[in-house]
Design a protein around this ligand. Sequence first.
Ligand code: DX5
Ligand code: ZN
Length: 220
Amino acid sequence: MNSMNILAPSILSADFWKLGEDIASVEEAGCPYLHIDVMDGNFVPCISYGMPVIESIRKKTDLFFDVHLMIDQPERYVEEFARCGADLIDFHLESTKDPERTIRLIRKHGKKVGIAIKPYTAVSALKPYLHLVDMVLIMTVIPGFGGQSLMPECLEKVKELRALLQEMGLEMDVQVDGGIKADNVHLALEAGANVIVAGSAVFKNDIKKNVQDFHKAMNV
Ligand code: DX5
Ligand code: ZN
């Protein structure tokens, strides 16, 4: 029933001294996606990285760039992120007064659209937008930091979303992000997620081995 399973390594946990090398490792290990977390210090407490980093890695890799915007009023920057090389732009429902306009803007720039919700936002709040997007991101930790523990109650929301999508006759990617490891990824897949973000569990120690462990657990 679900679409293909995909591991999307989050470079938030990469070693920025050797970012290019770390990205090459996940690419060589067979990952098609790169998850790029942009934080503004307002929507979430941290500040991560932005356009210049995306622009320079875009020149060196053909990986699909899944750009997760954790910023207030993301519509202000859609054009810039599209220009820098995003393939999909993921924004938070909680971060904008006009989600529909934000979706239209992302489409106007020819990019795929993802809509994300934080752990305490109800799945039902997504309903008016589901027919307009390519992917839904259900956060499985409070956004803002890598290396946190999975909140299992968020996986219930993944199940709820899959049921809602089915009821609406929609089929799309459902992404989870936060606290996913090779030994708990089966829980996310069973709940109905098919795009799996993992940061700390991929970019520590042996990156290629970590990706292999995920892929094995995900039947990829
Ligand atoms: C957290 C970010 C995540 C983060 C996940 O706000 O959205 O993408 O990198 O990190 P892990 O996999 O370590 O929980
Ligand atoms: Zn993320």
